[in-house]
Design a protein around this ligand. Structure first.
Ligand SMILES: Nc1ncnc2c1ncn2[C@@H]1O[C@H](COP(=O)(O)OP(=O)(O)O)[C@@H](O)[C@H]1O
Ligand SMILES: [Mg+2]
Length: 367
């Protein structure tokens, strides 16, 4: 655990970057520091590994004041990843990753083996090991940065806007990769970003900072979206907070109807008089083929020759209410198709069922 105990940082020019910050970063989770530019996130992060020393207060690493630990020794247990990856331009990728093992005096072969293992871990082709940083894309360089930070297997990882300089698609895949890695490694991660979406996606806990290093709120993402502490946090979360919040609501309470599902080989006369506007047509393996408007069904025969409308699905029990809502928005019927992990149809969530489930979300989604 990392503990900030009334930590203040005053720069020589008098700027108070962080003012009496107290918070705890639990072991084995991702804690995100998020807030607008200049609010003291980087300063707070760098006080942990003593690249910056606090003016007042204490930072404890598992109960030990970091000021009592020799900085090189302290940093051996703390990986550090920054925005431009910070790779050594004249060193091959493999040697960049092995930097800390070399410093620790590992033998060269063992250090390189470790480096290759890490390249693989972060999803890079081992061939890249022999290249130089400039020969890699921005996203690949960031992965190398993460691999390097993990090289000596430090229990703590500090990440300062590591994905902010890459394009949104690469950023999303780096975020996924980090979550996948973290599920295996369980590091204690402090992740700094100015991007609230990134914070909500990655954080087990999110600390929202306001200028002056003041902690506006510390909460898990779901609580943050549901109960912003004040107007500053509410503003910072943005207008679509209500919708994003649904990502954290399970689809369990959603009622499904099975009577709106019709096999492609079924005789339509059995379903023609259903009062509902739309039916989902499924193949012989119970996988969805599309929606059919009841009024477009033939008088008799099967729905096989009818033009089907596109559809959206969500995985029952795995996707959130947001997933169900997205699926509904992709279907002209306004209904969402619930499938199991194999993609087989479990039933239909109608608009009424979605309304009902949304109504049960405490406080409503617009709150
Ligand atoms: N070396 C420095 N000297 C003086 N002021 C600084 C220094 N570094 C940062 N600051 C100021 O401290 C405040 C917090 O900066 P920083 O921690 O970098 O914020 P963030 O990472 O949230 O953008 C800002 O007002 C910034 O200008
Ligand atoms: Mg910063």
């Amino acid at each position: 655990m990392i503990t900030f105990d009334h930590v203040t940082k005053r720069y020589p020019d008098g700027t108070v970057a962080v003012d009496e910050l107290s918070l705890e970063v639990p072991t084995g989770g991702i804690t995100v520091f998020v807030g607008p530019s200049g609010c003291g996130k980087t300063t707070s992060l760098r006080m942990i590994n003593r690249m910056i020393d606090a003016t007042e207060g204490r930072i404890l690493l598992d109960g030990v004041d970091v000021k009592t630990i020799d900085p090189p020794k302290l940093r051996r247990g703390i990986g550090y990843v920054i925005q431009q990856a910070g790779l050594f331009p004249h060193r091959k990728i493999i040697d960049n990753v092995a930097t800390v093992p070399y410093l620790l005096g590992w033998d060269k072969r063992k250090a390189r083996e470790r480096a290759l293992e890490l390249l693989e871990r972060v999803g890079l082709d081992l061939k890249l090991g022999d290249r130089y940083p400039f020969q890699l894309s921005g996203g690949q360089q960031q992965r190398v940065g993460v691999a390097r930070a993990l090289a000596a297997d430090p229990p703590v990882l500090l990440m300062d806007e590591p994905f902010s300089a890459v394009d949104p698609i690469v950023r999303a895949s780096l975020q996924e990769e980090l979550l996948r890695l973290q599920a295996e490694l369980n590091k204690t991660i402090v992740f700094v970003t100015h991007d609230i979406d990134e914070a909500i996606k990655l954080g087990d806990r999110v600390a929202v900072f306001r200028v002056g290093g003041h902690l506006a709120q510390l909460a898990d993402p779901s609580t943050l979206l549901a109960q912003p502490a004040d107007d500053f946090v509410r503003e910072f979360l943005g207008r679509d907070r209500g919708i994003r919040r649904l990502s954290f609501v399970s689809d369990e309470g959603l009622r499904l109807r099975t009577d709106l599902v019709v096999p492609v080989s079924a005789d339509v006369s059995s379903v023609r008089d259903t009062a509902e506007g739309w039916l989902v047509v499924v193949d012989e393996n119970n996988r969805p083929l599309g929606w059919v408007a009841v009024k477009d069904l033939p008088e008799s025969g099967t729905p096989a020759d009818v033009r089907l409308a596109p559809y959206g699905t969500f995985v029952r029990g795995r996707d959130s209410l947001r997933g169900a809502l997205d699926a509904a928005l992709l279907s002209p019927s306004g209904n969402a198709i619930a499938v199991n992990g194999e993609g087989q149809v479990e039933g239909v969530a109608t608009r009424e069922a979605l309304d009902e489930a949304l109504g049960k979300v405490a406080g409503g989604v617009g709150a």
